[in-house]
Design a protein around this ligand. Structure first.
Ligand code: UN1
Length: 485
């Protein structure tokens, strides 16, 4: 991939170059390589996109759900067929490893296929009526035009899990992906177009805040789904509340892994490594806090340090690479500065800049493990990078209390072989996703995904839970039309 791929936005069924600023995505591993090139969209393009989505809406909503699902199924087949190629593009543009990139594209196909199947499942409820000759139905109707703003870190899977339910339930979409990953957004839109999606049903625009704000504030946008930081999510929610529009926001995380004395040692080390360093820690579900109890702490930290130092960090396109760069130079500097600012911590692994040519020029950060002996910014603040903060707790109770002490509540992992303990944890941790004996990240397409506390706002995503956000119900009191019947 040496020639930049031309980027076009997709508005009203037409591919075109936006009239905004030049838009370039670069490889975070090799920042001198331009991956894709075009221009951002303008506020006028957003207005056109909303108009197109609104115009297409009535017809799409009337299209039988099985036909809408068939478009998603066809798109799933296309995405799956291109998984190797687009997975490599994803790795080059976003920086996660090629294996993770291919995995993510495959996952997008699974998501599309899951929602394609919605048309074969029940679409509402029927209740008994206290009155004779009546049934009460609850039907689900589309919300209308949904605005979507998606993050850089899962450039095809997260958009798929917003767009697929929106479309199958009969909504139309105006979507702005994160600035650094326009290519994978274009790929998903291309797949849906090739699958037969009618013009205007999905509109893709590029840009930064101005374009995002134009979507959020447009009176024709009837719901907004966002994934990104808590700060931005709350700003969007406030703006949407002002217009009386529902928001679903998946936001930050500071997810703890708790490794108790009785854990399976090797399994816990493997899983904590994956949770902390896959995608260079750039997942809202990544493991960024580790809590250890006394019987296991020293041995665990030693093993983790050894594994972190041995992790193969390099060009994500190469097969042997286990961890790539972070997304931008600004991210690299922000994360590195946060690590450098720690006063009461002991660096167990990482913490030093790379000096070899590839990794000094790309946005690389060594996998970093830091033990802190009390609260510290790196213990409380989401860094979104390959940095794991560690604390020791006096016993299992104290460890779980420490895990719960966070403003965030996205995911947590507890490593134990004590079933009684595990059952207690299920009721007591205020998180949206809980892993017992597996890493904090991961989200299957068929089950609810989302967070508690500052991590989430509005209904859950994925699985059948997605219907709550992408539809509105009508409660129908249904009687026959003849008296006495
Ligand atoms: C995962 O853990 O595989 O932005 C998915 C994020 C989350 C998705 C995580 N919304 O990282």
């Amino acid at each position: 991939m040496t020639t930049p791929i031309p980027l076009q936005h997709f508005v009203g069924g037409r591919w075109a170059t936006g009239a905004g600023e030049p838009l370039r995505s670069v490889s975070p591993a090799r920042p001198d390589i331009v991956v894709a090139e075009g221009a951002t969209s303008t506020v006028a393009d957003v207005v056109d996109a909303v108009t197109a989505a609104a115009d297409a809406g009535a017809r799409w909503a009337r299209t039988p759900m099985h036909q809408r699902g068939a478009v998603l199924a066809a798109a799933a087949a296309i995405v799956e067929q291109r998984a190797d190629e687009w997975g490599l593009e994803l790795a080059v543009e976003e920086g996660k490893t090629r294996a993770e990139g291919v995995g993510e594209v495959t996952r997008a196909a699974q998501v599309l296929r899951f929602f394609a199947g919605e048309s074969d499942r029940e679409t509402g409820e029927v209740y008994a009526s206290p009155r004779a000759g009546e049934q009460i139905l609850v039907t689900h109707r589309p919300v209308g035009v949904v605005g979507m703003i998606t993050p850089f870190n899962f450039p095809i899977a997260i958009p798929a899990w917003k767009i697929a339910p929106a479309l199958v339930y009969g909504n139309t979409v105006v979507w702005k992906p994160a600035g650094p990953v326009p290519l994978l957004a274009m790929r998903l839109a291309q797949a849906l177009e090739s699958a037969g999606l009618p013009a205007g049903v999905l509109n893709l625009v590029y840009g930064e805040n101005e374009v995002g704000t134009a979507i959020v504030e447009h009176p024709g946008v009837q719901a907004i789904s966002f994934t990104g930081s808590t700060t931005v999510g709350r700003r969007i929610a406030a703006a949407a509340a002002g217009r009386g529009v529902p928001v679903q926001a998946e936001m930050g995380g500071k997810n703890a892994a708790v490794v108790l004395d009785d854990a399976d040692f090797d399994l816990a080390v493997d899983q904590v490594m994956l949770g902390a360093f896959r995608s260079a820690g750039q997942k809202c579900t990544a493991t960024s806090r580790l809590i250890l109890t006394p019987g296991i702490a020293d041995r665990f930290l030693a093993a983790l340090a050894e594994r972190a130092r041995a992790l193969v960090v390099g060009d994500p396109a190469e097969d042997r690479t286990e961890m790539g760069p972070v997304i931008t130079e600004a991210a690299r500097q922000r994360i590195t500065a946060a690590v450098a600012a720690i006063e009461n911590g002991t660096v167990v692994a990482g913490g030093e800049p790379y000096t070899d040519e590839l990794r000094a020029r790309g946005h690389f950060i060594a996998p970093t493990v830091i033990e802190v002996d009390g609260s510290a910014d790196i213990w409380t603040d989401e860094l979104f990078g390959p940095v794991l903060a560690v604390r020791r707790a006096g016993d299992a109770e104290a460890a779980l209390t420490l895990a719960a002490e966070s403003e965030y509540g996205l995911s947590a992992a507890v490593f134990t072989q004590d079933l009684t303990r595990a059952l207690d944890v299920i009721d007591r941790l205020d998180v949206g996703v809980l892993h017992i004996n597996s890493e904090t990240a991961g989200a299957d397409p068929h089950v609810p995904f989302g967070g508690a506390k500052s991590s989430g706002l509005g209904p859950r995503e994925q699985g059948r839970a997605a219907r709550e956000f992408y539809t509105q119900t009508t409660t129908v009191y249904l009687r026959g039309g003849r008296s006495g019947a």
